[in-house]
Structure formats: C-alpha cells, structure tokens
Design a protein around this ligand. Structure first.
Ligand SMILES: Cc1ncc(COP(=O)(O)O)c(C=O)c1O
Length: 432
C-alpha cells in the first residue's frame, strides 16, 4: 500500500516501528530508555546497517575505477543510492554531491566561492566571485554550521556579513529581511527548521527576496529533510545541505544539493583522484558535478545505508512522520508549559507557528546540565547546552537550554515520561 493511503501514525504504529530500532530497548539503570535526542542524531533501523553489511559482504570495491565485476557492482549501488536520496529530497541525481555531513556541505559551498574569489575557474566561475562591496546574509537562528562558514567567507573576500534579526518571539523578522537583503546581497543562507526551536521557516518569501536581487540561496535542510516532505527543486533554492545521521542513516554521510548547472561552473573544493578529466605536470582539468566535488575514495557503504534509511522513511511516509511529530510536539509544548517553573523558549504553544517535534525549555533555578542529568536518571535522553546555536541562545537570554526532540519512533508515553521527569526536577534540586 502506498504511504499516502495509510492511516495516520499513532501510538500503536509507532510502537510497531520501534521494533525496527533495537537500541530503543536499552535500559538506563532501572529505567527504560526514552530517546528524545533525535535532533542531535537519530537512531537507525536494522535495515540500515543490514544494507551496509550486505554491501560489504557482496559488493565491496572502489567505485568509478575498476573494470572488474565487483567494482561495477559497487559503482551501481553507489549511484543507485544517490538516485534514491535525490528522489527523496526532490532533486535530480546530478544535483547531489556526497559529503561527510551537512557541515562539510556548507563549507564546500563557502570554499568553492572562496576559491572562485581567489581566481580559480574560468569565466564560468565569475558569478561565484565575491569581494568588497558584496554582502552575505544569514539569520539570527542559524546553527554554527550555517553561520561560521559565511563569516569566514566574508572575512577572507572583503565582503560584508549581515544577518536577518528575530522578532521578540524568535521568528525570522521578514520585514527587516526586506531591507537587509538588497542589491549588494550575493548569498542568502537560512535554516528551514531551527535545530533549537523546532520552528519551520517558510522558504518561499526568502527565496523570492533573494531572487529579486539575484542572490544565491542556501537552505540548511538538516532538520527538515528528516522530519517533513522535502522538494528542493520545488522550493527553488540554489543550494541545500543535510546529514544522513539525523534521518535514520549512518554517520559519516551527508549531502550537498546544488542545481547541477551551478555545481558544474563552481571551482572544486578538494582536489585529488576521481574528480579530473586530464592531469599534466602543470595543471588539471576537472569533471562536472557530482564527481567534481567528490575527490578521493568515497563513503560508499554509508551512501548505501543512507539509501536504505530514505527507503524506510518513504515507506512510512513523510507526511505521516511530520503529522505524528507535530502531535508529539504539541503534547510536549502544552505539557511543559503547564509545569510550574518551566519556560518554553521561542514561540508560545498557542502562537500558531508550525513546529516539528522539537521543544527547548528552561527549568527556572536549575542549570540545563543538571536537568539533563536528572532526566537521564529517569532514562530520558535529551540534549543540553547551546546546541551549536550560541547567538540564538544569547538572543533568548540564556546561555544554555534543554531540548527534547522526537522522531517517528517516539510514543505519547515517551512524552509523558519526559513531562513527569521534568515536573520532578525542581523538587529534586530543592528549588521553590
Ligand atoms: C540545523 C542544523 N544545521 C547543521 C547541523 C550540522 O550537522 P552535522 O553536525 O551533521 O554536520 C545541524 C546538526 O545539529 C543542525 O541541526
């Protein structure tokens, strides 16, 4: 049956899915593990590591190199994996470059633009050259991975780095964006879903704004690709980045999405084997994308594992995943908001802002690290700290927060275990 014909996910179905994730049976001391840290990294279903194991058992060889049977088989599986992941995010096969993770994908764009600005590439690289007078714009809610590369690119090219501020309730200030993005803007980088707040930003107005001034758009899809249906071509962004390990896939693999015609014109970021057409002692010519950006031996088994992960997600259905996480997120939001001394960070539960199943909060009078340790003693795994978004935390007036993040395998009883444990925190630490 197609995923679109299936009934919505519920507790019974989530409990059935859990059976595919043996790690969720883990006990933490006397307590059953309640894993609410999928925003940091997701757990993986058995089919993912079985796919990797099957690759090693039946097809392991270097890709795009040998003429022997195993090498051809390995290459086919590697490229099939690319096609599967491309299809999952609404991209063409030539639009997907394998990277180690989203961080590397975002750095790849920045370094390619830097190399162009330093003179690499021919006339076709002109659109990527930056210098004094140009502006790069990000937002006040970025993960450091979609912030620091742009700060560095600006510093090294003489361009100016700017950012879209947030409204008092931590949404992107689109009115301010309309004045900050201007004719000098060359890159507009923004996150689809905030990794701290779980809020979903609508890419459409930002893409329209960037296009109206001829700027490139870079979408950080790290927290959207795992949690909602994604169609990158449909969104009409120029570039996007995501990580396999947050979407049921293995660690060590992620992807850069870029429109193939852009990628083909951009100077490479890493140089070496597998990305050249001809090499002499004086110089080299480079292949088009994707191999243009895939120097050296690739993450082959990991790509195969990620393809199994997106196959699993597609079978469940991303609409159903999104709806179930919203149900769990709402239960977390309203439950946490009703606990005395707990403050939800970001838009309030009744703000109407769309969220995934991620909720950050502070327990007044108790440091987030203590909150995290207490929750761990009840088996509840959450993330504490600034979640690689220090400027956003500064804006929220805290140095750190506690973040619970759900995924398709969580149930309402997981949320209730979180709520019960959070309700006991202040009593445990003797805070009135
Ligand atoms: C929104 C966002 N962007 C980028 C990243 C970086 O991902 P990775 O560490 O897998 O490169 C993360 C990871 O937490 C994230 O949540």
């Amino acid at each position: 049956m197609a995923a679109s014909d299936l009934p919505p996910l519920d507790d019974t179905e989530a409990a059935r899915l859990r059976a595919d994730f043996p790690i969720l049976e883990t006990r933490i001391g006397d307590a059953q593990l309640v894993y609410l840290d999928s925003g940091a990294t997701s757990q993986k279903p058995e089919c993912v590591w079985e796919a990797e194991q099957h690759f090693y058992e039946t097809a392991n060889a270097a890709v795009h190199r040998g003429a022997h049977t195993l090498a051809v088989e390995a290459t086919d599986r590697f490229e099939d994996a690319r096609a599967a992941v491309a299809g999952f995010v609404g991209a063409g096969e030539r639009d997907i470059v394998w990277t180690a993770n989203a961080t590397e994908a975002l750095n790849l764009i920045a370094y390619s633009f830097l190399n162009a600005s330093l003179g690499a590439g021919g006339p076709e690289a002109q659109p990527f050259r930056l210098g004094p007078g140009d502006e790069i714009v990000a937002t006040g809610m970025e993960h450091h991975a979609n912030l620091i590369p742009w700060q560095e690119l600006a510093a090294r090219t003489g361009a100016t780095f700017r950012w879209i501020p947030l409204t008092p309730d931590a949404r992107l200030d689109l009115e301010a964006a309309a004045t900050i993005v201007n004719a000098k803007t060359r890159i507009l980088a923004f996150t689809h879903v905030s990794n701290v707040l779980g809020t979903v930003n609508d890419p459409a107005p930002l893409v329209a704004l960037a296009q109206s001034v001829g700027a490139f758009t870079v979408l950080d899809a790290c927290q959207s690709a795992p949690h909602l249906p994604l169609n990158l071509r449909g969104l009409d962004v120029d570039f996007a980045a995501f990580s396999g390990h947050k979407m049921l896939g293995p660690t060590g693999i992620g992807a850069l999405y870029g429109r193939a015609e852009l990628l083909d014109a951009m100077p490479p970021f890493l140089y070496g084997g597998s990305m050249i057409t001809t090499v002499s002692m004086e110089k080299a010519e480079y292949l088009p994308a994707p191999p243009r950006f895939e120097a050296g031996t690739q993450k082959i088994a990991q790509a195969v594992g990620l393809a199994a992960a997106v196959g699993y997600l597609s079978e469940v259905g991303m609409d159903r995943v999104q709806a179930w996480e919203e149900t769990l997120g709402e239960r977390m939001l309203t439950g946490l908001a009703s606990i005395p001394g707990v403050r939800i960070l970001g838009p309030a539960a009744d703000s109407g802002v769309r969220r995934t199943g991620t909720v950050p909060f502070e327990v007044q009078g108790v440091h987030p690290h203590d909150v995290g340790q207490f929750l761990d003693s009840r088996g509840v795994a959450v993330r504490v700290g600034h979640h690689c978004a220090e400027p956003l935390h500064r804006f929220l007036g805290v140095t750190a927060s506690t973040r619970a993040s759900a995924y398709l395998y969580n149930t309402t009883s997981d949320v209730d275990a979180l709520l019960q444990a959070v309700a006991d925190v202040r009593g445990f630490f003797g805070v009135k």
